[in-house]
Design a protein. Structure first.
Lengths: 331, 331
């Protein structure tokens, strides 16, 4: 059969008419998102998988959404906040460990010797993380994180860390929950560190938070059991570790995944490779004024290969500067 | 102040009057439970933590309930069903591995040489489990388990394995869900093995199933990612491994725990040690006629130390023979 092609402007007009009520509804749900390609992509996807009778309909139980944390739900510059916690915590604990005065990388940290600290690299950071995150029970560790958060302020932004969360992403979480999605955090951050504050800040319960884990050890001391955190790494929840823990812990493939860096690439690939409609999103840090601007060259949150694949495969790349009317709740 | 003591029969009468409406309601919810100490303990606990205004009230989000699987939700004799799957699966796969004809413990299994098989012990079983459970993707493994379940029958009971679940425990799961509890399986069984059938049989979704895990490995083969199961053990979810994985994966302490063996002892201790009202239960296999009778001397599902602690600490011990009017759904 030979039909005349439908003119492009008719297609565009038709799409707009169909989308209009959705966009109005989304304007209420996602007020900090400017009308633009990312918001349209989110709304179009959510509508397609949640509308009864839609050919792309997904049952509520299967509406698993996974979010990276650092750089996706809150800021991560000029250093992951968990590492800044570890540094502050090591300074707080130093009086209990006089040997740190002579022992690197603790010595450098305590003396403010940035050159030696930087030279110690990831290995040095790991030692400080282990010293401040392990050897104690989960309960005590979580109390320590909360005590820090109650007082600490971000050095450049001069605000509590928990205020450096992205308002548009909070709205997205609410919007997805209203549409019966189940949002998970899947982050390279340590899981108990996040559980100390993320349930309150994001409304995501502890059992929907997945992260890097230390080996823990159950002890039963005369009827008083405790879970001791040991310095041995059980799982590094970064890169390929993300789909691995999604498979191990959730046991379902997400239909929506949001990240911001190459550490999220495998989680997005894994999400994309499922059958049916999928949404893959990246937060692109393009806003040097309100937040930070970085991508391919950054040491923290490098976005390079994932940006290439996003462009090639048509994933959504959120231009923070152009598409978000607010970055932080207090803006 | 010196008050005359209230006579015991008055106390008993008063308690009965208070409990009566609850017991009537529970008779509908738990029809396969005879009126007896276990049912009373369950109903009294659930009522105390769920009734608005109760001094023991627990918010729905904190109503985490954990259940062992083998021997607690379904039978485990004369061998864990997952091991019987592994044996059947090794026989099915044998043509692809001609070397097994000369290699123990595969040789003994294929030849039906029970003496050598038994002599190979847990090490021999582990080899057969690893050979049948790993080296493939999670998706293929789950498909294999489902294909087996569709045809396999329990050797003594001559019924599909999924019919050897305990009717009273299915009712308990429903009752708890109706009271806004969130039930988890926390089992020594391998997690993907359980996810192949437990969501349908128990109504427990994959993300609420925790078990023993193999290390998995994300692979990206020209745009087709897969999660490969490797033979290395990531976590043994038995004994102390149970509270460890509850802490790592759920991140909240359960308020109700049910097990049946010494492998559940630490999970019950961990649950008991939380603040507020708690429920710890053990299924005691006392029914040689309808199911099996075993405890302190059994190689499978030994119940010895946990039985002592249950008696000492007043945990609920369910006498299967006396307290369950039905064992299996088909009874």
């Amino acid at each position: 059969m030979n039909r005349p092609p439908i003119p492009a402007h008719t297609v565009r007009w038709f799409c707009l008419v169909l989308l209009w009520p959705l966009l109005l509804q989304a304007a209420e749900s996602l007020p900090s998102w400017h009308d633009g390609p990312s918001k349209n992509a989110i709304v179009t996807f959510v509508e397609a998988v949640t509308r009864e009778g839609s050919k792309d309909f997904v049952a509520p139980a299967e509406r698993i959404a996974v979010f990276d944390n650092d750089g996706t739900l809150w800021s991560e510059q000029s250093m992951y906040f968990q590492v800044l916690f570890a540094f502050d915590e090591a300074r707080r604990l130093a009086p209990q460990y006089p040997e740190w005065k002579q022992k690197q990388p603790f010595k450098a940290l305590l003396e403010g010797d940035q050159k030696t600290m930087t030279a110690s690299g990831m290995d040095g950071v790991s030692k400080i993380v282990a010293a401040t995150h392990t050897g104690i029970s989960t309960e005590i560790f979580i109390a320590n994180v909360r005590a820090w958060l109650a007082k600490a302020r971000h050095p450049q932004k001069d605000r509590p860390y928990t205020e450096l969360v992205y308002q548009p992403m909070l709205e997205l979480l609410d919007y997805l929950r209203a549409k019966e999605f189940k949002p998970y955090i899947v982050s390279g951050g340590e899981v108990a560190f996040m559980r100390a504050w993320a349930p309150e800040v994001y409304g995501i319960p502890p059992e929907q938070i997945i992260g890097t884990r230390f080996v823990s050890q159950y002890q039963y001391n005369n009827g008083r059991p405790l879970i001791l955190r040991t310095p041995r790494l059980a799982h590094n929840d970064d890169g390929p570790g993300k789909p691995e823990s999604i498979d191990a812990i959730i046991g379902r493939r997400p239909i929506l995944a949001f990240g911001n860096s190459d550490g999220d690439l495998q989680m997005l690939q894994w999400t994309a490779a499922g059958s049916g409609k999928r949404f893959m999103g990246l937060v692109h840090h393009t806003d040097a004024k309100r937040e930070w601007a970085y991508d391919r060259q950054s040491k923290i949150g490098r976005l390079d290969k994932a940006l290439d694949q996003a462009r090639a495969d048509g994933w959504t790349v959120v231009d923070m500067q152009a598409e978000w009317s607010r970055v932080y709740p207090s803006d």
